[in-house]
Write a protein of this length. Structure first.
Lengths: 191, 151
């Protein structure tokens, strides 16, 4: 083996595999142009590489690749642990790294619960009874009925009475009707 | 199978939440209801007997100058009123009254009372009653009393 071959023979395998840098590849190609022995070595390496590839292909054909990807994915992502286990791990991480924030959150939540219970348990007016006192908003009568409404407010509530429209309203009240009622009477037929 | 079940739960959870939200909104949007107590009282000057529970009513009428000497309760019935739906009340003298919840705004309910020829609207309150003359009855007068429910 001449000195030039001693320099290039170690690089022939990488040359065949296309792993040399451009400068080295050019140098090897220049050497191959002048050295028949190294050309033969390169041919041997290529033949060997082809045999290896064919052999591997034959081996691969014998292997059953059914469910291959599922098996690989199963090994990459193992069975999901139970919820309680995941919760415990997550909670442990939370308390380790965010303890003060967690304590603050619990304090706020507790305060919200206490306030909510207080609001929920407070005495509430039944539906529709937002007003403290019942109050009459309007009273009207059918004009053809010839009666007029009389509205009298008392301590217990409101009295709505009707009197004959054509006559003096006082005549239709009971004989003992007092002046307190008269003061609350409206002038018209509708309030 | 576990994965399928987990995916099903993941898909169902938002649906359940949406259904709950829709239900809650529907409940809030449902027609309002209020309860009132409807009483019929016979007032007359025949005798001096007064039902003990009607003593405050007698005092109110006296204060208004309506000095009936006898007050008797003929009926007392808590009644639920639904918005927009007239509730008919048969009166002891053969007439009838119609009660309608017209609106509930800011927690205050407004009720229309139709007792021909008188049409009345009033706002419910936790205190105070509305006494409406409902016509003659047995030598006296029939009074329709609308009172708040006691809680």
């Amino acid at each position: 083996m001449n000195p030039a071959c001693q320099t290039h023979v170690p690089k022939l395998s990488a040359f065949v595999d296309g792993e040399l840098a451009p400068k080295e590849r050019v140098a090897v190609e220049q050497h191959l142009a002048a050295c028949k022995a190294c050309v033969g070595r390169v041919a041997d390496l290529r033949a060997e590489s082809g045999l290896v590839r064919v052999g591997l292909d034959l081996l691969a054909d014998e292997v059953d690749f059914k469910d291959f990807s599922q098996k690989v994915m199963a090994r990459i992502t193992p069975e999901r642990p139970p919820f309680w286990e995941r919760f415990k791990v997550g909670f442990a991480e939370l308390t380790s790294y965010r303890g003060p924030a967690l304590a603050g959150g619990f304090a706020v939540a507790g305060l919200a619960v206490v306030l909510g219970l207080g609001l929920w348990m407070r005495p509430r007016a039944p539906e529709g009874y937002g007003a403290a006192q019942a109050s009459v908003e309007s009273v009207s009568t059918d004009e053809s009925a010839h009666v007029a409404p009389v509205v009298m407010k008392t301590e217990q509530g409101t009295i709505i009475w009707t009197v004959d429209h054509a006559d003096n309203p006082e005549l239709n009240l009971p004989p003992d009707a007092g002046s307190s009622a008269a003061t609350a009477r409206p002038k018209g037929g509708e309030l | 199978v576990k994965g399928l079940a987990r995916r099903s739960v993941d898909c169902l959870a938002p649906l359940v939440a949406c259904a709950w939200l829709v239900g809650a909104v529907s409940a809030l949007a449902a027609d309002a209801k209020v309860d009132v107590v409807v009483e019929q009282v016979h007032a007359s000057n025949n005798g001096t007997s007064v039902d003990p529970a009607l003593t405050p009513m007698k005092a109110s009428f006296s204060q208004a100058g309506l000095n009936y000497t006898s007050f008797h309760r003929l009926s007392r019935e808590p009644t639920a009123l639904e918005k927009g739906k007239a509730k008919e009340v048969a009166l002891a003298n053969g007439r009838s009254a119609k009660l309608t919840l017209t609106s509930v705004q800011s927690g205050e309910a407004h009720v229309a009372v139709s007792l021909p020829p008188v049409e009345t609207t009033y706002k419910l309150g936790r205190e105070g009653s509305v006494y409406i003359q409902a016509g003659p009855h047995n030598g006296g007068v029939l009074i329709l009393v609308l009172s708040p429910v006691q809680h």
